[in-house]
Write a protein that binds this ligand. Structure first.
Ligand SMILES: [Zn+2]
Length: 280
């Protein structure tokens, strides 16, 4: 084939790939004041760095979207707190959950998805995973009642050192919701530290302290991890695998999950739009 034709075809492929999956450049400016018992706390949320082209869907794959939420609160409150970019409005959220219910979705725990991928099991046709990061106190007031109303399952990614701080959930609240059976709490490090490029001892401390605190407060072992800021690395993945973790959530977008990337599963950030606009 002539060179110009190759170039044309390649640029068409790249254009199509970008059109399918545009790189997201949203800057999340929210900063969190509360500190855990130590000094580290979430600062700013850097933009996720998805690959420009979708990853190869290799291995055993399931079409299971994983939705990513942070705050759920009234829009004016989000605006006043400077949290608009990581908030979904309370009424919009209720509409989204009502939609999942009426459309016949099955909401899964992180463990159920991990086991299905690892054991190559099938899942109900319309399966979905709801994740709520960081452990903000509006989860208790604005998410949990809606989850209960529609009988949905929610996954709470907890930075355990931030629990009991202002604007965060308390262990009592988390215990109450977990014992209700609809909320499942998972490891999102101790201090919400970005672990990429950090020494192994820091990785170990952040992840294992969180697992110990989850165990101490909820009486359960945990095998699911969520990377703060979506920031993963091979060193973190190796550590997780060596220490019994079965799956981990990234912020790379996509609706399909494969066992070949079970330690960096796709998640889609949700905003104030109907879920039908996310292809659901
Ligand atoms: Zn987080």
């Amino acid at each position: 084939m002539r060179n110009w034709a190759v170039t044309l075809i390649l640029s068409l492929i790249v254009t199509f790939a970008l059109w399918q999956n545009p790189p997201k450049r949203a800057v999340l400016s929210e900063s969190v004041e509360a500190t855990p018992m130590a000094s580290a706390a979430p600062s700013a949320y850097p933009s996720p760095s998805p690959t420009a082209t979708p990853r190869a869907l290799v291995g055993y794959c399931l079409n299971v979207p994983i939705l990513l939420y942070h705050h759920v609160q009234p829009q004016d409150q989000a605006q006043a707190k400077g949290q608009k970019n990581i908030s979904v409005d309370t009424n919009v959220f209720e509409g989204q959950m009502a939609y999942l219910k009426s459309s016949g979705y099955t909401t899964l725990t992180g463990d159920q998805l991990a086991h299905a991928l690892a054991d190559k099991q099938e899942l109900p046709k319309k399966s979905i995973v709801l994740t709520f990061d960081d452990g903000y106190d509006d989860f208790y007031t604005n998410v949990y009642p809606v989850i209960q109303k529609y009988g949905l399952v929610a996954n709470l990614m907890v930075s355990t050192g931030l629990v009991n701080n202002a604007q965060y959930l308390s262990w009592g609240q988390i215990r109450e919701m977990v014992s209700g059976g609809l909320v499942h709490a998972y490891n999102h490090t101790w201090s919400h530290a970005n672990l990429t490029g950090k020494p192994l001892e820091k990785i170990r401390f952040e992840i294992m302290t969180a697992n110990q605190q989850l165990k101490d407060n909820l009486g359960k072992d945990n095998a699911i991890f969520t990377y703060p800021y979506g920031s993963s690395s091979q060193a973190i993945i190796d550590f997780l695998k060596k220490n019994g973790f079965t799956a981990a959530f990234s912020t790379l977008p996509g609706n399909v999950q494969c066992d070949s990337f079970i330690m960096t599963l796709h998640r889609n950030r949700v905003g104030n739009s109907p879920l039908s606009s996310y292809g659901l």
